[in-house]
Every structure is written in C-alpha cells, then in structure tokens.
Ligand binder design. Structure first.
Ligand SMILES: [Zn+2]
Length: 82
C-alpha cells in the first residue's frame, strides 16, 4: 500500500507539472491583431495551443490543485530539458 500511495503521489506531481507547463504554453499562444498566433505566427488557434489545451484538460484530472506555487517550481525540469 505504501508503494501504491507513493506512486499515486508521484503521478499526481507529474500531472501537476504537466498542467503547469501546458498552461504556460496556452498563455504564450494567443491571437494577435492579424488573426495569427502571437508566439509561433501560425493561424490561430495553432496546433501547439490546441495540443496544450488538450493536455491541460487531460492532466487536470489528476493534478494537485491546492499547491499552485509548487506546481510552478515543478515545471522547471520540463522547460530546461527542451
Ligand atoms: Zn502558436
């Protein structure tokens, strides 16, 4: 049971990091005055935005919603690893 719980917690932290990361992507990919994406220049909504929204929806099922500050910290490995 201890092993199961720790895996569940680890996955919840992973899901939280995924939500935080993809929320940053959603925040970057916004429409500009010409109807294109401000970040990547493609027709808006661009593929990255749609994908990021799907990932936010997907991982929100398991994300820890009561620690937004730590979620911001957890996103760093994903950002620096790109
Ligand atoms: Zn974009």
């Amino acid at each position: 049971m201890g092993v199961y719980q720790s895996q569940a917690v680890a996955f919840a932290r992973y899901a939280t990091a995924q939500v935080a990361y993809h929320e940053q992507v959603v925040a970057r990919h916004q429409i500009d005055g010409t109807g294109c994406c401000r970040w990547c220049g493609r027709v808006w909504p661009c593929d990255q935005l749609r994908h990021a929204r799907q990932m936010v929806d997907h991982f929100s099922q398991w994300a820890l919603t009561d620690e937004p500050a730590r979620g911001t910290m957890l996103v760093r490995p994903y950002v620096s690893g790109k």
